[in-house]
Write a protein that binds this ligand. Sequence first.
Ligand SMILES: [Zn+2]
Length: 312
Amino acid sequence: MLRISGLIKLTNSLHEEFFRCSRLEGKEYQAAIQSSRDDILALTTSIHKKLSAYDSPLNQLTSPARQAYLWLAYLVEEDHLEQHCRSLARAARAFQTALPRKQNFDIRFYNCKYTYSIHHNSQSVHATLHEGFIYAPDSVFNEIVKTLKKNASAKNNPVIKAFIATRPFQNCYTQLNPSLKPKKIHIQGAFHDLNASFERVNRKYFNNKLEKPTLTWSARRTYRTMGCYDVTKDILTVSRSLDHQTVSLHTLDFIMYHELLHKYFGTKSVNGRHISHSARFREAEKSFEHFQQAAQELQRISQEEKKRQSRR
Ligand SMILES: [Zn+2]
């Protein structure tokens, strides 16, 4: 087991910080978010470095440390941190309006193992809601306080139940509770060779400077997403749909190039939002030698694959 010192302590101080942030506005708010993001990024990057030496990294952490790490990594992705703080402010408003003045409360969104839990007595309320609740509309927060006041069980509350079944909640829940079995790696293609594609692209566009990520074909054929790069695991996946004799090497290399650019640039935060396809990224992408040709071929492959799958 890998010991990460200060991890749980940081999550606790972040909860307090976020609750404080949720009452700020404008520049103050942006600055507070940016500084939290910097703290989180520094910690997750260092954990990631330690973990990357292992074949099944997440298994190296104790269960509470794993929940905390996955939560932090989620927060610094895209605009999740912003969404987190905005929703915390909405939830706080709902609680404030409904609870008597003398009752103090605090609310946390966290990667907990349950959907939510609330402890309360006449003086205080402590609510821990799963991170997926950052996508809840106000009506859900209102309903949570209502059940709390009535001392009713929320389990069968139809509004809360319906929200938990929605895509945004479920997607977040799945991402934060990933299967601990290592992802299957399919390195061998039927027609194309990912290693060779990596070598070509690395030589031509990155001066052979990029370290090779784990390369794999996707398990299934796809038509929407032709590739993806997983920063936390350093795995680059190329869609099985491109492993065909009619697919040119340019097009395969173009996807390889696009995904490697993600590795090269990382994700950047602008005003607290996370940008993966920045202007610089798009600029670099266009410098691919057969850009137009590859883009057209990808469109064709994607359309044909979509047709093929709809016929089944
Ligand atoms: Zn991309």
